[in-house]
Ligand binder design. Structure first.
Ligand code: FES
Ligand SMILES: [Fe+2]
Length: 369
């Protein structure tokens, strides 16, 4: 597999890559959010080198079940084999680049949608229509190109890296902390995709701080003990812990805490008692991203559960629109000649600082290759 060329690297000033202590640090420069060169750099240095959550094991239970995804601009397919194993491949036919699937589904064989080359679920090329006069052609040389795959608590990840570190390296400690929520046993309920007119990092930055909650989300603000809100920082993720107030609310009849994990670079796991919501932020253009929300619950079937799920999703949708709107305005602000870099609240923005430090580290290792 050929490796992306260094291409035209955007302008990276050594001073901007330096990581200073939080209390003295500046935010990353505005060009990192607006310049198309950084869109390409993020794709190669961040998205093509990290584990990406692309599907759910429960939804790929039967042989032939498959799901498609976009990872670092590459079309990917995840498929359950006849042997029960999950595998991932580039969703790219070895004939002339056609797609094996255009949407999620189930199939006995993966049949290219362009001219019908047929692959087994394990990626081997099996059938090639009208190829009998072709010389020096061996089907064994034309299997699908595999991609690394790993599972964590029912979530399926892939990595385009040549030799990725184990997925557990990045998630260490999360399972133990959220054990009472038993997320591996939750059932998938719904997926909702949002298009946001902002760079993916604007969206992640915004997620990583509760600083904006009183201003952007008055309704959400009333559910938390804001003073008790804390951020904990780990190697590859940070978690915001929001104690829920005792009043009955959309999340819980009484108390508990909300855990907001952000795993570098673009995965969020939002855990409240009895429910997991995951968000995956996918850059689609220098100033646009897609955010995929997936909802999982302990109970998805009883009529009471369905009502609670509808209420939860409706509430989350309101909050999401508030976030999307402010992110779109911030994207405009970052593009203004009036702005380059800002500073961090030590109390509330350690998660943003940590994310930006990991980003700088990713850029630096990309430059060192
Ligand atoms: S591109 Fe797949 S069969 Fe031609
Ligand atoms: Fe928000």
């Amino acid at each position: 597999m050929s490796r992306p060329a260094n291409g035209s690297l955007p302008r990276l000033r050594p001073a901007d890559l330096r990581i200073r202590p939080l209390a003295r640090a500046e935010t990353i420069p505005s060009a990192w959010y607006t310049d198309p060169g950084f869109h390409a750099l993020d794709r190669d240095a961040v998205f093509a080198t990290s584990w990406q959550h692309v599907a759910d094991a429960h939804q790929l239970a039967r042989p032939g079940d498959h799901a498609i995804a976009d990872v670092a601009g590459e079309p990917i397919i995840v498929v359950r084999g006849k042997d029960g194993a999950l595998r991932a491949f580039f969703n790219v036919c070895r004939h002339r680049g056609g797609p094996l699937a255009m949407k999620d589904g189930n199939a006995d064989m993966l049949i290219c949608k362009y001219h019908g080359w047929t692959y087994r679920l394990d990626g081997m090329l099996r059938g090639v229509p009208h190829f009998n006069r072709v010389e020096l052609f061996d089907k064994r040389d034309y299997g699908l190109t595999p991609v690394h795959l790993a599972e964590w608590e029912g979530l399926v990840f892939v990595s385009l890296a040549e030799r990725p570190k184990p997925l557990e390296t990045y998630l260490k400690g999360i399972r133990e902390r959220i054990a009472p929520a038993r997320i591996g046993e939750l059932r998938f309920a719904r997926r909702i995709d949002y298009d946001v007119h902002a760079n993916w990092k604007v969206y992640v930055d915004n997620y990583l701080e509760g600083y904006h909650v009183p201003y952007v989300h008055p309704e959400l603000y009333s559910l938390y003990d804001y003073e008790g809100y804390v951020t904990e920082v780990h190697d590859w993720y940070s978690v915001q812990v929001g104690p829920l107030t005792g009043n009955s609310n959309v999340y819980t009849a009484g108390g508990g805490e909300a855990l907001y994990y952000q795993v570098f670079p673009n995965l969020m796991l939002n855990v409240v008692p009895g429910r997991l919501q995951s968000n995956v932020v996918i850059p689609t253009a220098p100033d646009r991203c897609k955010v995929i929300f997936r909802y999982y619950y302990a109970d998805v079937e009883s009529s009471g559960a369905r009502e609670r799920i509808d209420a939860d999703i409706a509430f989350s949708d309101r909050v999401q629109h508030e976030d999307a709107e402010i992110c779109e305005r911030v994207q405009q602000g970052l593009g203004s000649r009036a702005y380059d870099k800002g500073r961090f609240s030590v109390r509330f923005e350690e998660g943003v600082y940590h994310f930006q430090a990991l980003l700088k580290t990713a850029y630096r290792s990309w430059l060192k290759r």
